[in-house]
Design a protein around this ligand. Sequence first.
Ligand code: MRU
Length: 339
Amino acid sequence: MEPVIWRDGRVELLDQRLLPQRVQWVHCRDYRETARGIRDMVVRGAPAIGVTAAYGLAQAVRASRASDRVSLLADLHAADAVLRAARPTAVTLMWALDRMLAVAQRSLDIVSELEKEALAIHQETRELDQRIAQAGLAVVPPGTRILTHCHTGGLATGGTGTALGVIMAAHRSGYGISVWVDETRPYLQGSRITAWELQQAGVPATLICDNMAGYFMGRGEVDLVLVGTDRMAANGDFANKIGTYSLAVLAHAHRIPFYPALPLSSIDLAMSDGRHIPIEQRSPQEVTHFRGMPVAPAGVQVANPAFDMTPHSYVTGIITEAGVLRPPFTRTIAQALGK
Ligand code: MRU
C-alpha cells in the first residue's frame, strides 16, 4: 500500500491515523490541504513527508493563476513556506522542497518539470529503500531478535521502508529473525502500524510497551536495535521518534548493537552535531487523549516532544544506501556524501 498517490493534480493520502482499523484516503485538492495532511500526521515518516511535500509544490504551480514567470515563482515560494513549516524535524521535507525549487529556477516549463521532479523523488525513494534494505542485511545474523521503534516501513517512506525494510528483507531471505515492537507512545505508530505490517508479512513479532525494552534487554532477549531517522547531523548524532535516545542508552548498557537506517538525504551537513536539530513539540491532546477518549485528568500540564536526539557515541553503525557507515562518522558520512 502506498502512503501517497499523485492523481492528476490531486494528492491522495492514506489516513495513517486510522490504521489499522480503517483504510481510508484523504483527498488533498490543493497544497494547503496537502500541508495540513503533513501537519496533522495523515501522512508521516520522514521520507514520505518529503515525497508528499514535493507533490504539494507541483500542485501549487499547477493551480497558480500567475500570468508570468516572476509571479509563478512568487506563488511557488509562498507554497514552499507553508509546506516547509508543516513539520520541523524531518530534514527530508526541506531536502525535497529545496530540490523542487532548484528545478523551478532552471526550468522553462515549471508546471510540467515540477510534476516530473516530484514523481522522480518518489521513484528514487523506492530505489533507495531497496538499497538500504540490502545494505542492512550485513548487520543481521541469522536468528537475530531485533527490537524496533516507531514505524519505518513503506508507509513511512513511499518505498519499502528503512529499518523495517531491513527487517522485512531479512525475513524474506530466510534469516529466521523475530521482532520486538515498541508500541511508541503517544501516537502508537509501533502498535498500530509496525505490528500490523509485520503480522501481515508473517514475521514473528511481539508487541511491547516502550517501558518494557529494558526488561527484555536485561534478560538477554534482544540482539539488535534497528530504528529510523528524521535528521542526522554531520557527526552522526540523530533525531528520531521520542524514545529512541532511551533505547540507545539501554542498548549501550547491555552491549547490544544499535543502528539507525536512513537515506543519505536525511543527513543535514549544516548541523555539525545534534544539539541544534529542531525538535517538534506537538499538541498535549496526543498525550491526554486517544482517538478522542481522555486518558488523563482534564487540565493536567503536558509535555509532548515528538522526537529526541541520540548522540553518535551510542551508534554502532549507520545503515544507508551507500552501505553501513562505521565510526569515525564525521569522516565516513562526509565520504558517503562525496564531501
Ligand atoms: O512522527 P512520525 O511518525 O513522522 O515519526 C516517524 C519516525 O520517527 C521515523 O522513525 C522516521 O521518520 C524514519 S521513517 C523511515
